[in-house]
Design a protein around this ligand. Structure first.
Ligand code: HPA
Length: 276
């Protein structure tokens, strides 16, 4: 099953035959109940990353509980929706960016399920649960952190809908909740960042640790600090995301129709050879 994680401004999705699932996991409670239903006849799950009333700031989103709960529901592919600021000056406000790599500048987030001797005791016969019970140390590869099959399908969808998008880019995750300083943005630009957000990490790494496919549909909500030449506000970000809601829903419907059930990527093999 595919799951959609909605970011700022996207807190629900109209699904047919839907059920609200309240889950708890060894890693805590997910940020919202999970909606499970059908979109274009296919079963999908939806989770509001920041909670239904946006009560979780980026540093406190229960990323591990979210991904674990989705895994328990049978999710094997995750499409995350993220608002970002643009650093790359070719990226305009309102553009979509399909990021293909990341830089992690977060400071205080649990970013792995596998904590060796300190791993949580979990039930389950799947590989992640067994690795946790065996208290394994696990190093997953990040050479292709974003699923190439999902990205390929999204590119087809963007072309079909004639939307303004960028097929690649480096996502930089900052801790927040404050926006970056202009000097931080200049430094990040030198390091190779194209867009900046506060929630794309550790989601991408945690999905990989569970052998899930993960792709991120980033929406440029504002030029990054210092590039904008004006004061950044949450209002600007949320209203841009709200303005994009209909387009995002069109993308999701077509994406779900076009995404082949059969996987042609290697994402689900991410745990092979990863344990020490
Ligand atoms: N910085 C960090 N996160 C963001 C931004 C930004 O400029 N815009 C939307 N999310």
């Amino acid at each position: 099953m595919l799951a959609i994680i909605g970011g700022s401004g996207l807190y629900k999705l109209d699904l047919q035959d839907r059920q609200e699932v309240e889950k708890s996991t060894p890693f805590g409670k997910p940020s919202s109940p999970i909606l499970v239903g059908k979109l274009k006849g296919k079963k999908v799950a939806f989770l509001a990353r920041h909670g239904l009333n946006h009560e979780y700031p980026p540093s406190f989103v229960p990323y591990r509980a979210n991904l674990w709960a989705l895994k328990e529901l049978g999710v094997s592919r995750v499409l995350s929706i993220c608002a970002v600021g643009a650093i790359n000056q070719r990226f305009g406000v309102g553009d979509f960016v399909l990021v293909d790599d990341f830089l992690d500048f977060t400071k205080k987030r649990e970013d792995s399920f596998y904590q060796g001797i300190h791993s949580l005791e979990v039930e389950g016969e799947d590989k992640p649960s067994m690795l946790l019970r065996q208290r394994k140390v696990v190093h997953v590869d990040m050479s292709q952190a974003y699923c190439p099959q999902m990205r390929g399908t999204l590119i087809e969808v963007f072309d079909e809908l004639k939307l303004s998008y960028h097929p690649s880019g480096v996502y930089v995750c900052t801790e927040g909740p404050r926006f970056e300083s202009p000097a931080e943005i200049r430094a990040i630009k030198i390091l190779g960042g194209d867009v900046v957000g506060m929630t794309g990490y550790p989601e991408v790494a945690l999905a990989r640790e569970l052998g899930m496919c993960y792709a991120s549909l980033c929406v440029v909500a504002n030029p990054a600090a210092g590039i904008a030449g004006y004061r950044l506000t949450s209002d600007e970000v949320i209203s841009m995301m709200k303005g994009k809601e209909e387009e995002i829903k069109e993308i999701l419907k077509l994406f779900i129709e076009r995404l082949e059930e059969h996987k042609t990527c290697n994402c689900e093999r991410a745990l092979e050879g990863a344990e020490v």
